[in-house]
Design a protein around this ligand. Structure first.
Ligand code: ADP
Ligand code: MG
Length: 628
């Protein structure tokens, strides 16, 4: 080491500083769009090429910059938004560090064109690598346009660390999605390689913004949250049931309109959604947390994605209350249904719940109908397997059950709780060994979800969808091993997808191919599918299957081995072979039972959700106090 201490030359300092702010093209877009928002813009266009690495442009209709201020705007720590250190604790603008323009210009070639609202003419300024090279008048009529070319042209090492253009573009798409959701009052247009990806209307309605970023049906299924307590306001929407996702990437939180990420708020949301979302899945949300400006520190991280709350525990509690309240309203809306006062969005959302309620309320239990058929079943199953396999003369009973949930008085509830403790529902690690000489009785199905079986001294409850999925998965794996997985179409099927989905497919094209999806890119926003894995079913379900793979892909595990990735894709494909809540027909139910217990298609219990739960006669006897 040299023992001479020198002050670093300005350009070196600038490049070091730029490293903090300009991590990748998406961070530039974020800074530039935030500047446009701070300048009061109502329309902002973002255009990128090659993931924003070779070209990106942000144009706004905001206030513009005074000509004599432009040079200063490119200086480090120069801002029009902060005047004293006191202001730091009361930040209402998105920018305040005065670093962005300086940092961006230090590592790229910037062309800034602007016309201040009070100026007669516009002006264009070139700044290459932090040095202003050219100033000339411009016919620009209003606002500001900033073009950033050749990012990291003077820091080749950092250029090497950028991801592929597709990945950089998808970070930018993701950012634009949050920006659109954060400001429904601003009309955003986002163009990638000449193609418009998002165009929000800017009518001030969050629902419109959600419809543009997701789609209308998602917007309809979301549950509104609107709650305030202890000076904190929680506003926005939560998505559960079929809006659940495989990761947190569809959770959007804002604090006072500023997008941020935080484990505390996400886990508060997830705590409140337990029971509304499958285990290991995640709710989606768009939630704005409104708190006094001085109770949150946004100056924690250079890209301002992290914030620090004065009282995180209180915030957590308020979020839990807010979301729990909103979700409880779903049940109230069930009452509304009965009053013929139907809210369409809520009705869609709760299809599954309503089915369940309806089943309970409207089905009738008729022992006489049930009995003779049960006997018929016993006969079928008492025969040997040869006979069973060839015999198609079976019927599966639909339970004709009129069953109202029992209303317990406080007292009896106590008794019930006590008894609950003594009940042990066993998650079966390995499926019960069935001796086909014993009878399996298919009692029927309940809630379009579970198949009930009586076998020996046990009541077996099968999750029909989990079982069906698993059986299909096994079949697909066998087909894969036999190189017989693809189901080819005579003419390719064209499917329209959004940019993020297309990017995803481009990135995982190989694994998709290995799993039976032969996909080529038709044009900017559509793909041509030539084959799908067998069992996927109707061509109509291809799109939703691909979307589901995309939505549930855990990015953290992005460097999965191809083998695992392929298995994951197959799993989704099987999942898609039936939809949750689908009513399975009698034949399918029979096949499920047969394949599970007699054909032994599923070798062991899968990881994840259990397929079968058993309740022994003894446990039931104990619960009814027939025995101790
Ligand atoms: P900061 O946003 O933290 O103030 P920046 O480096 O991002 O710092 O911008 C410096 C200054 O340039 C801003 O304070 C603002 O006055 C001006 N500026 C930047 N972009 C725009 C824009 N799009 N419209 C109007 N003024 C802008
Ligand atoms: Mg700024």
């Amino acid at each position: 080491m040299n023992d001479k201490i020198i002050s670093l030359p300005k350009e070196v300092v600038m490049k070091i500083a730029a490293g903090e702010v300009v991590e990748k093209p998406a961070s530039i877009v974020k800074e530039l769009v935030e500047n446009s928002i701070d300048a009061g813009a109502t329309a902002i266009t973002v255009e990128i090429k090659d993931g924003g690495i070779s070209y990106l442009r942000v144009v706004d209709n905001g206030s513009g910059i005074r000509e004599n201020m432009i040079a200063l705007a490119f200086e480090r720590h120069s801002t029009s938004k902060l005047f004293s250190s006191n202001d730091l604790f009361n930040i209402k603008t998105l920018g305040f560090r005065g670093e962005a323009l300086a940092s961006i210009a230090a590592v790229s070639k910037v062309t800034l064109t602007t016309k201040h609202k009070e100026a007669e003419n516009g002006v264009t300024v070139e700044n290459h690598g932090g040095v202003i090279t050219n100033i000339k008048p411009s016919a620009f009529s209003m606002g500001t346009s900033i073009v950033v070319k050749e990012l990291f042209f003077n820091t080749p090492v950092r250029l090497k660390f950028l991801k592929k253009p597709i990945s950089e573009a998808s970070s930018i798409s993701d950012l634009l999605m949050r920006l659109i959701l954060s400001r429904p009052d601003i009309s955003f247009r986002y163009v990638n390689n000449g193609k418009t990806i998002y165009h929000s209307i800017g009518d001030g309605k969050l629902e419109s913004a959600i419809s543009r970023v997701y789609d209308v049906s998602t917007a309809k299924k979301l549950i509104e949250v609107n709650y305030s307590s202890n000076g904190i306001i929680i506003k926005g929407y939560v998505g559960v049931f079929d809006l659940e996702k495989g990761n947190r990437s569809n959770q959007t939180f804002f604090v006072n309109g500023r997008y941020f990420k935080d484990d505390i708020v996400s886990s508060a949301l997830e705590t409140s959604c337990r029971g509304f979302v499958t285990v290991s899945k995640f709710p989606m949300c768009i939630i704005d947390i409104i708190v006094p400006y001085n109770s949150v520190d946004v100056n924690v991280h250079p890209n301002k994605l992290e914030v620090r709350f004065e009282n995180p525990n209180l915030l957590k509690e308020v979020i839990i209350e807010a979301v729990t309240n909103a979700l409880n309203n779903i049940y109230i809306s069930n009452e509304i249904i009965n009053n013929d006062n139907i809210n369409e969005a809520k009705l869609n959302l709760n299809d599954e719940i309503f089915n369940t309620f309806d089943d309970i309320k409207n089905t009738t239990y008729n022992v006489d109908v049930l009995k003779p058929n049960l006997e018929a079943f016993k006969n079928v199953f008492n025969n040997d397997s040869e006979k069973l396999l060839s015999d198609s003369s079976y019927t599966v009973l639909e339970p004709k059950i009129k069953w109202r949930p029992l209303e317990f008085s406080n007292n009896s509830e106590d008794v019930q709780n006590k008894n609950n403790n003594s009940i042990q529902e066993t998650f079966i690690e390995n499926k019960p060994e069935i001796d086909i000489r014993d009878s399996i009785i298919i009692i029927g199905t309940i809630f379009n979800t579970f198949i009930l079986l009586e076998y020996k001294e046990k009541l077996l409850i099968i999750d029909q969808h989990a079982a069906f999925e698993r059986i299909n998965f096994e079949k697909m794996l066998t087909a894969y091993k036999n190189k017989n997985l693809k189901q080819e179409y005579l003419t390719p099927i064209l499917i329209n997808l959004n940019q993020r989905e297309i990017d995803f497919i481009r990135e995982h094209q190989d694994e998709l191919y290995d799993s039976g999806f032969d996909i080529t890119f038709f044009d900017d926003d559509s793909i041509a599918v030539r084959s799908v894995p067998i069992l996927l079913g109707e061509p109509m379900s291809i799109k939703s299957c691909l979307q589901e793979i995309f939505n549930n892909w855990d990015n953290k595990k992005d460097n999965l081995s191809k083998e695992i990735a392929r298995e994951k894709i197959l799993q989704f494909a099987c999942k898609h072979s039936i939809k949750a809540g689908d009513k399975l027909d009698d034949d399918t139910i029979f096949q499920i039972v047969k394949q599970l217990f007699i054909d032994n298609i599923v070798p062991t219990c899968p990881h994840g959700r259990p397929i079968i739960i058993e309740l022994t006669k003894n446990e039931l006897y104990k619960r009814f106090k027939r025995i101790q």
